[in-house]
Design a protein around this ligand. Structure first.
Ligand code: SF4
Ligand code: SF4
Length: 272
Protein backbone atom coordinates (compact mmCIF):
# COMPACT_ATOMS: atom_id res chain seq x y z
CA UNK A 1 0.00 0.00 0.00
CA UNK A 2 2.84 2.39 0.87
CA UNK A 3 4.53 1.37 -2.37
CA UNK A 4 1.38 2.42 -4.31
CA UNK A 5 1.42 5.83 -2.64
CA UNK A 6 5.10 6.36 -3.43
CA UNK A 7 4.57 5.26 -7.03
CA UNK A 8 1.61 7.62 -7.48
CA UNK A 9 3.64 10.45 -6.00
CA UNK A 10 6.58 9.80 -8.33
CA UNK A 11 4.30 9.64 -11.39
CA UNK A 12 2.35 12.84 -10.60
CA UNK A 13 3.49 16.02 -12.36
CA UNK A 14 5.93 18.25 -10.52
CA UNK A 15 4.20 21.23 -8.91
CA UNK A 16 6.56 23.97 -7.79
CA UNK A 17 5.74 27.66 -7.82
CA UNK A 18 8.03 29.67 -10.10
CA UNK A 19 9.94 32.68 -8.80
CA UNK A 20 8.00 35.10 -11.03
CA UNK A 21 4.68 33.78 -9.69
CA UNK A 22 6.00 33.74 -6.18
CA UNK A 23 7.35 37.20 -5.41
CA UNK A 24 4.95 39.58 -3.67
CA UNK A 25 2.03 37.27 -4.50
CA UNK A 26 -0.77 38.29 -2.13
CA UNK A 27 -3.54 36.16 -3.62
CA UNK A 28 -5.69 34.86 -0.79
CA UNK A 29 -4.26 37.27 1.77
CA UNK A 30 -7.33 39.59 1.58
CA UNK A 31 -5.01 42.59 1.88
CA UNK A 32 -6.73 45.63 0.36
CA UNK A 33 -5.67 47.76 -2.57
CA UNK A 34 -7.24 51.04 -3.69
CA UNK A 35 -8.65 51.96 -7.08
CA UNK A 36 -7.90 55.70 -6.95
CA UNK A 37 -10.25 56.61 -9.81
CA UNK A 38 -13.21 55.37 -7.73
CA UNK A 39 -12.10 57.06 -4.51
CA UNK A 40 -14.43 59.79 -3.24
CA UNK A 41 -14.63 61.74 -0.02
CA UNK A 42 -17.74 59.82 0.99
CA UNK A 43 -16.15 56.41 0.29
CA UNK A 44 -13.03 57.40 2.24
CA UNK A 45 -15.02 58.36 5.31
CA UNK A 46 -17.14 55.20 5.06
CA UNK A 47 -14.13 52.84 4.93
CA UNK A 48 -12.39 54.70 7.75
CA UNK A 49 -15.51 54.20 9.91
CA UNK A 50 -15.62 50.51 8.95
CA UNK A 51 -11.94 49.77 9.71
CA UNK A 52 -11.59 48.06 13.11
CA UNK A 53 -7.89 48.79 13.66
CA UNK A 54 -7.47 52.39 12.44
CA UNK A 55 -5.35 51.13 9.56
CA UNK A 56 -7.34 53.59 7.45
CA UNK A 57 -7.36 57.29 8.25
CA UNK A 58 -8.37 60.53 6.58
CA UNK A 59 -5.80 63.28 6.84
CA UNK A 60 -6.70 66.87 6.02
CA UNK A 61 -3.85 69.31 5.57
CA UNK A 62 -3.23 72.39 3.43
CA UNK A 63 -6.64 72.15 1.76
CA UNK A 64 -6.06 68.57 0.55
CA UNK A 65 -7.75 65.43 1.83
CA UNK A 66 -5.68 62.27 1.89
CA UNK A 67 -6.69 58.69 2.58
CA UNK A 68 -3.97 56.81 4.46
CA UNK A 69 -3.64 53.02 4.53
CA UNK A 70 -1.15 51.52 6.98
CA UNK A 71 -0.51 47.93 5.92
CA UNK A 72 1.22 47.32 9.25
CA UNK A 73 -2.09 47.78 11.08
CA UNK A 74 -4.30 46.01 8.54
CA UNK A 75 -5.79 42.71 9.73
CA UNK A 76 -7.25 41.88 6.28
CA UNK A 77 -10.80 41.83 7.60
CA UNK A 78 -12.32 42.82 4.20
CA UNK A 79 -14.59 45.49 5.70
CA UNK A 80 -13.15 48.20 3.46
CA UNK A 81 -13.69 46.00 0.40
CA UNK A 82 -17.34 45.56 1.42
CA UNK A 83 -17.88 49.25 2.22
CA UNK A 84 -15.68 50.73 -0.50
CA UNK A 85 -18.17 50.82 -3.36
CA UNK A 86 -15.61 49.29 -5.75
CA UNK A 87 -12.80 51.64 -4.68
CA UNK A 88 -11.25 48.84 -2.59
CA UNK A 89 -10.38 45.41 -3.89
CA UNK A 90 -8.13 42.56 -2.82
CA UNK A 91 -4.49 43.19 -3.69
CA UNK A 92 -2.96 40.66 -6.07
CA UNK A 93 0.55 41.70 -5.10
CA UNK A 94 1.92 43.44 -2.02
CA UNK A 95 5.53 44.43 -2.65
CA UNK A 96 5.86 46.23 0.69
CA UNK A 97 7.23 43.18 2.48
CA UNK A 98 10.40 43.32 4.54
CA UNK A 99 10.46 47.11 4.27
CA UNK A 100 11.01 49.66 7.01
CA UNK A 101 7.95 50.58 9.10
CA UNK A 102 7.24 53.92 7.39
CA UNK A 103 7.16 52.25 3.97
CA UNK A 104 4.13 50.18 5.04
CA UNK A 105 2.05 53.36 4.76
CA UNK A 106 0.34 54.38 1.51
CA UNK A 107 -1.45 57.66 0.86
CA UNK A 108 -3.92 58.83 -1.79
CA UNK A 109 -5.00 62.39 -2.64
CA UNK A 110 -8.79 62.10 -2.80
CA UNK A 111 -9.35 65.27 -4.91
CA UNK A 112 -6.70 64.24 -7.45
CA UNK A 113 -7.69 60.58 -7.19
CA UNK A 114 -4.05 59.53 -7.26
CA UNK A 115 -1.52 57.94 -4.96
CA UNK A 116 0.75 60.54 -3.38
CA UNK A 117 3.88 58.55 -2.63
CA UNK A 118 4.79 55.56 -4.72
CA UNK A 119 8.00 54.27 -3.25
CA UNK A 120 6.92 50.67 -3.70
CA UNK A 121 9.86 48.38 -4.41
CA UNK A 122 9.90 47.49 -8.12
CA UNK A 123 8.43 44.03 -8.63
CA UNK A 124 11.14 43.04 -11.09
CA UNK A 125 13.72 44.04 -8.50
CA UNK A 126 11.97 41.90 -5.88
CA UNK A 127 12.11 38.89 -8.21
CA UNK A 128 15.79 39.50 -8.81
CA UNK A 129 16.37 39.62 -5.07
CA UNK A 130 14.71 36.25 -4.62
CA UNK A 131 16.72 34.76 -7.48
CA UNK A 132 19.92 36.10 -5.95
CA UNK A 133 19.25 34.01 -2.84
CA UNK A 134 19.85 30.82 -4.78
CA UNK A 135 23.14 29.17 -3.87
CA UNK A 136 23.49 31.03 -0.58
CA UNK A 137 22.62 29.99 2.94
CA UNK A 138 20.45 31.62 5.54
CA UNK A 139 19.43 30.06 8.84
CA UNK A 140 16.22 31.30 10.40
CA UNK A 141 14.90 30.76 13.88
CA UNK A 142 11.16 31.42 14.10
CA UNK A 143 9.97 32.85 17.41
CA UNK A 144 6.31 32.88 18.31
CA UNK A 145 6.01 35.79 20.71
CA UNK A 146 2.28 35.30 21.26
CA UNK A 147 0.64 34.73 17.88
CA UNK A 148 -2.65 32.98 17.08
CA UNK A 149 -0.61 30.53 14.95
CA UNK A 150 -1.99 31.94 11.69
CA UNK A 151 1.34 33.47 10.71
CA UNK A 152 3.20 30.40 11.95
CA UNK A 153 1.06 28.20 9.68
CA UNK A 154 2.01 30.27 6.63
CA UNK A 155 5.69 30.12 7.61
CA UNK A 156 5.39 26.33 7.85
CA UNK A 157 3.86 26.28 4.35
CA UNK A 158 7.10 27.79 3.02
CA UNK A 159 8.79 24.46 3.64
CA UNK A 160 6.34 22.35 1.62
CA UNK A 161 7.21 21.09 -1.89
CA UNK A 162 5.12 23.81 -3.57
CA UNK A 163 7.13 26.74 -2.16
CA UNK A 164 10.27 24.70 -1.43
CA UNK A 165 12.10 27.30 0.63
CA UNK A 166 15.22 25.16 0.74
CA UNK A 167 15.84 25.70 -2.98
CA UNK A 168 16.93 29.25 -1.96
CA UNK A 169 19.35 27.96 0.66
CA UNK A 170 17.06 29.02 3.51
CA UNK A 171 16.64 26.67 6.45
CA UNK A 172 14.82 26.81 9.75
CA UNK A 173 16.98 25.94 12.73
CA UNK A 174 16.04 24.86 16.23
CA UNK A 175 18.37 27.13 18.17
CA UNK A 176 18.86 30.89 17.96
CA UNK A 177 22.58 30.16 18.44
CA UNK A 178 22.61 28.67 14.92
CA UNK A 179 20.52 31.41 13.32
CA UNK A 180 21.30 34.44 11.14
CA UNK A 181 17.77 35.80 11.33
CA UNK A 182 14.85 35.82 13.76
CA UNK A 183 11.41 35.68 12.16
CA UNK A 184 9.07 36.86 14.89
CA UNK A 185 5.31 36.37 14.84
CA UNK A 186 2.63 37.70 17.13
CA UNK A 187 2.26 40.67 19.39
CA UNK A 188 4.81 40.28 22.16
CA UNK A 189 2.92 39.06 25.18
CA UNK A 190 4.14 39.99 28.65
CA UNK A 191 5.00 36.34 29.26
CA UNK A 192 7.11 36.10 26.10
CA UNK A 193 8.97 39.42 26.23
CA UNK A 194 11.91 38.12 28.27
CA UNK A 195 12.16 34.94 26.16
CA UNK A 196 12.22 37.00 22.95
CA UNK A 197 15.00 39.18 24.30
CA UNK A 198 16.97 36.08 25.36
CA UNK A 199 16.53 34.56 21.88
CA UNK A 200 17.70 37.82 20.27
CA UNK A 201 20.78 37.97 22.51
CA UNK A 202 21.61 34.34 21.65
CA UNK A 203 21.78 34.97 17.88
CA UNK A 204 25.38 35.64 16.88
CA UNK A 205 26.10 39.06 15.35
CA UNK A 206 25.57 40.28 12.70
CA UNK A 207 21.90 39.33 12.97
CA UNK A 208 18.65 40.28 11.32
CA UNK A 209 15.13 40.51 12.73
CA UNK A 210 11.93 40.43 10.70
CA UNK A 211 8.56 41.22 12.29
CA UNK A 212 5.77 39.16 10.73
CA UNK A 213 2.09 39.95 10.40
CA UNK A 214 -0.07 42.79 11.65
CA UNK A 215 0.62 41.60 15.21
CA UNK A 216 4.39 41.71 14.76
CA UNK A 217 4.29 45.05 12.94
CA UNK A 218 1.84 46.97 15.13
CA UNK A 219 0.24 44.64 17.68
CA UNK A 220 -2.61 44.07 15.22
CA UNK A 221 -5.95 43.27 16.77
CA UNK A 222 -4.23 42.88 20.17
CA UNK A 223 -2.73 46.39 20.22
CA UNK A 224 -3.48 48.06 23.53
CA UNK A 225 -4.31 44.81 25.34
CA UNK A 226 -3.08 44.59 28.93
CA UNK A 227 -1.59 41.19 28.03
CA UNK A 228 0.86 42.45 25.40
CA UNK A 229 3.96 44.62 25.59
CA UNK A 230 3.49 45.78 21.99
CA UNK A 231 4.81 44.95 18.53
CA UNK A 232 8.17 43.23 18.08
CA UNK A 233 10.10 46.52 17.93
CA UNK A 234 8.90 47.32 21.46
CA UNK A 235 11.32 44.63 22.67
CA UNK A 236 14.10 44.13 20.10
CA UNK A 237 15.38 46.08 17.04
CA UNK A 238 13.64 45.14 13.77
CA UNK A 239 15.21 45.28 10.28
CA UNK A 240 12.09 44.69 8.19
CA UNK A 241 8.32 44.35 8.50
CA UNK A 242 6.05 41.93 6.64
CA UNK A 243 2.37 42.94 6.83
CA UNK A 244 -0.66 40.66 6.54
CA UNK A 245 -2.97 38.71 8.79
CA UNK A 246 -1.48 36.34 7.98
CA UNK A 247 0.94 37.15 5.12
CA UNK A 248 1.05 34.57 2.35
CA UNK A 249 4.17 32.38 2.01
CA UNK A 250 5.05 34.45 -1.08
CA UNK A 251 4.87 37.68 0.91
CA UNK A 252 7.06 36.09 3.58
CA UNK A 253 9.74 35.08 1.10
CA UNK A 254 9.60 38.47 -0.61
CA UNK A 255 10.06 40.13 2.78
CA UNK A 256 13.01 37.93 3.71
CA UNK A 257 14.63 38.68 0.34
CA UNK A 258 14.03 42.40 0.79
CA UNK A 259 15.68 42.45 4.22
CA UNK A 260 18.70 40.66 2.76
CA UNK A 261 18.97 43.08 -0.15
CA UNK A 262 21.70 45.35 1.29
CA UNK A 263 23.82 42.26 1.92
CA UNK A 264 23.29 40.93 -1.60
CA UNK A 265 24.01 44.11 -3.55
CA UNK A 266 27.33 43.66 -5.41
CA UNK A 267 28.70 46.98 -4.13
CA UNK A 268 28.26 45.88 -0.53
CA UNK A 269 29.68 42.39 -0.94
CA UNK A 270 32.84 41.69 0.91
CA UNK A 271 35.70 41.34 -1.50
CA UNK A 272 38.34 40.02 0.87
S1 SF4 B 1 -8.99 45.12 5.49
FE1 SF4 B 1 -7.47 46.29 6.64
S2 SF4 B 1 -7.70 48.41 5.97
FE2 SF4 B 1 -9.56 47.27 5.34
S3 SF4 B 1 -11.01 47.59 7.02
FE3 SF4 B 1 -9.93 45.67 7.46
S4 SF4 B 1 -8.20 46.28 8.76
FE4 SF4 B 1 -8.98 48.14 7.82
S1 SF4 C 1 -1.12 38.79 12.31
FE1 SF4 C 1 -3.12 37.74 12.22
S2 SF4 C 1 -2.60 35.63 11.68
FE2 SF4 C 1 -0.70 36.60 12.38
S3 SF4 C 1 -0.60 36.12 14.59
FE3 SF4 C 1 -1.64 38.11 14.38
S4 SF4 C 1 -3.84 37.60 14.37
FE4 SF4 C 1 -2.72 35.70 13.93
Amino acid sequence: MIGDAVERSLRSPQVLISVSELFSNAAGSRMPDVQPDLLTDEVARRVVAACPTSALKVDEAAGRTHLILNYGECIACSRCVAAGNGAFRYAERVARCGVRKKALIRRWDIQRRAEVVQDEPALSQAAEQIRSLVGRALNIRQVDAGSCNGCAGEILALTNPYYDLERFGIHFVASPKHADMLLVTGPVTRNMAAALKLAYDAVPSPKLVVAVGACGCSGGIFAGSHAVVGPVDAVIPVDGYIPGCPPTPSMLLTGIAHVLRPLLLPSRRRTA
